[in-house]
Ligand binder design. Sequence first.
Ligand SMILES: [Zn+2]
Ligand SMILES: [Zn+2]
Length: 347
Amino acid sequence: MAETMLAERFYAKDHSIHLEEIPIPEPGPGEVLMKVAYCGICHSDLSLINGNFPPSLPVVTQGHEASGTIVKLGPGVTGWSVGDRVIPSAGRPCMVCRKCRRGDFANCLHLHLMAFAYDGAWAQYHVASAMGLTKIPDNVAMDQAALLADAVSTPYAAVVRTAQVHSGNAVAVWGVGGVGTHLVQLARSAGAVPLIAIDLNDEVLERAKRLGADFAFHSDDPDLMKKIEEVTNGRMIDVAFDAVGIQATVRAAVESLDVNGKVVTLGLSDQDIDAGPFLDFNLQRKQVRGHLGYQGQDIAILAEMLSFGRLDLSESISDVVPLSEVERGIDDLKNHKGNPIRILVKP
Ligand SMILES: [Zn+2]
Ligand SMILES: [Zn+2]
């Protein structure tokens, strides 16, 4: 095996990124070395580069949505073999916060994030903790598998865990870009009816309809609430997702709710939440819940859904770029070129 590999490296001092030849890392105790097949480009990777997300290391390899094959086991690793196709967990519990010290690792308060607190997978090889690995079913393609770590698992956890969408719920999704498109697909599979996509962009609205939305409305339509009332036969929305994360969308999402309805917010901006007038909010017992992240087993559940044909992510891979062109992929995502759902890096 070669001793060095190509990796994309982020430098905190000037927020620059560089392609470098660096030594292939050695897996330590409890770790495995994997050859990276694909690794997605996520908005949170852009946030590190543009400064919206504070760097935790002076230099780090980016990329946290990966699939690959184990090529070497570190000391003490059991239950995994060289050749296993896996998805690494995108975070490691800190083991010292008050949650970790009660065994509540899933709710760790200082999760060490892959590609932020330790090296990620925009590289030919990646060292992963064996504890967080998910096995990829034989009939699931490596490119779709890479989507499961975060890009699909975060919306999955939002639909199933935080929103608890169930059969018969009227569901609306504000913002049907990458996250919103997966929210539409997963809400559909959870039994949402009717399912409404809301956005400003005609192209993404068409795509949302193709992937399962029953109706597509413009967010700036002055008759939006009237239209939602019409298509829900007056009952309005049980669960509204805000994948945009600005005051206008949260407020509209809250306004659209039926009594006891809830808004789940996944979008991020530097604005404050505005849930509208207290009287309407309290009287109708509305709720707003925040959401980010997923549980480890959500990746395995989604891998099974792909394996059994319950989920089709073939439209989710908008482009694949070689590692040498990672900057082009980053720019295309930043500029929304072709409204990408996910651009994958293939090292
Ligand atoms: Zn991500
Ligand atoms: Zn912790």
